[in-house]
Design a protein around this ligand. Structure first.
Ligand SMILES: *Cc1c(COP(=O)(O)O)cnc(C)c1O
Length: 404
């Protein structure tokens, strides 16, 4: 029997019958282009000339000396166009959609980061674009709505349910079922039905491939630890995947510990989550006894998600990957430390990986090497950071803008 994207008992494809043909077509085309040199060349052309790859691996000399333990390197994905790793799998999917003859891209978005990346590739490759967003999120994330609209996308506020991400997913699926002939659904992480988890992992694995070359050049050996934050898991799988066979490299995923350990206060799937089937795939979810998605919280929008990519759960079961969680307070501290020691303001998501490294580095000897995946830069978090750092002048500035 054909493997429909199963990772042990996780993954798979659990969708309405009407979407099966579209997913099968996507899978078929993806399997074909995966080995096609000219397609891969085209992807790399846009990664280099549009997204800005390769991103640097930077030795964090000041931070290393401050902590007095393992040597720390930063993979700076924040230097990608649009500020994070997401552009990479969006470029890949846009080129596949073009091969499939689709004219339109749709996406759902919570905080808007995935929506902005999708709207960006839609503009670049000449697709029309509709982004579904819960009404509550449209209100909370106006700057990203503004950016998507400038990029020519139509942002549709979803006014049912909790009016957040889950409801936007439902609206996007409904759209896809109606318009499947003309439309490609751009999924933003290593989640969803097969082939999305494999496809997005493969596109993102360019990150790990670059790191391998860069660290060999810098240190002449493999790293001892690679640390990445985990929302859906795309930046983590991207940097981890080429290292899975290197058994001595410890792979650590960091989840959002939020404000506390109770359900609703965090987004750590391995603290209260359980196996279930939701949004088209089998994995770990924060869910109640009826299989309804639970509320989650994280200071970082990108990690504020009740599910996790199936391959990460599989690797955890196999003990090839370990998970940790850090809380919002530790994350803010990590933003501050990295900014002041290294001149890099990380995204709040990425700061989770930094916060864990701050606890780990000094426990290791100076001969060890840690690589932290800085999945994005912190510019997008301006408003949250201003509040976290209690910057009154910033809010006075916002007030002054209203009187124009
Ligand atoms: C979206 C986002 C994430 C979380 O997504 P993954 O699929 O887990 O990588 C992490 N970091 C940044 C900067 C993001 O924008």
């Amino acid at each position: 029997m054909k493997n429909h994207g199963h990772f042990g008992k996780y993954g798979g494809r659990y969708v309405p019958e009407m979407l099966m043909p579209a997913l099968e077509e996507l899978e078929k085309v993806y399997e074909k282009v995966k080995k096609n040199k000219s397609f891969q060349k085209e992807v790399h052309y846009y990664l280099q000339t549009f997204a800005g790859r390769p991103t640097p691996l930077t030795y964090a000399k000041n931070l290393t000396e401050k902590l007095g333990g393992a040597k720390i390197y930063l993979k700076n994905e924040g230097l990608n166009h649009t500020g994070a790793h997401k552009i990479t799998h969006c470029i890949g999917q846009a080129l596949i959609a073009r091969m499939l003859g689709k004219k339109r891209l749709i996406a759902e978005t919570g905080a808007g980061q995935h929506g902005v990346a999708t709207a960006t590739v839609a503009a670049k490759f000449g697709f029309s674009c509709t982004v579904y967003m819960g009404e509550t999120d449209v209100y909370r994330q106006r700057p990203n709505v503004f950016l998507m609209e400038r990029l020519g996308a139509k942002v549709v506020p979803v006014a049912f349910g909790n009016r957040t991400l889950k409801d936007a997913v439902n609206a996007a699926i409904k759209d896809w079922i109606t318009n499947v002939d003309s439309t490609h659904y751009v999924l933003g992480s290593v989640v969803g039905p097969h082939p999305y988890p494999i496809m997005n992992r493969d596109f993102q694995s360019v990150v790990g491939k670059e790191v391998k070359k860069q660290i060999i050049k810098a240190e002449g050996k493999m790293p001892d630890y690679i640390i990445a934050c985990v929302g859906g898991g795309s930046n983590a799988m991207g940097i981890f995947y080429p290292f899975i066979k290197e058994k001595l490299v410890n792979l650590i995923g960091v989840e959002a510990g939020g404000k506390g350990k109770r359900i609703g206060q965090h987004a750590s799937r391995f603290n209260g989550g359980s196996v279930g089937v939701l949004e088209g795939f089998k994995s770990y979810f924060l869910q109640d006894n009826d299989g309804q998605i639970q509320k989650t919280h994280s200071i970082s929008a990108g990690l504020d998600y009740a599910g996790i990519g199936p391959e990460l759960v599989y690797l955890r079961d196999k003990k090839r990957m370990q998970f940790a969680a850090v809380n919002d307070k530790e994350v803010i501290e990590a933003v501050s430390v990295l900014s002041k020691t290294e001149g890099i303001i990380p995204a709040l998501e990425s700061a989770h990986a930094v916060a864990y490294a701050l606890k780990l580095a000094h426990t290791l000897s100076k001969s060890k090497v840690i690589i932290i995946n800085i999945s994005g830069r912190g510019d997008k978090d301006l408003f949250i950071l201003a509040r976290a750092f209690k910057d009154k002048n910033f809010f006075n500035f916002l007030k002054s803008q209203l009187s124009i």
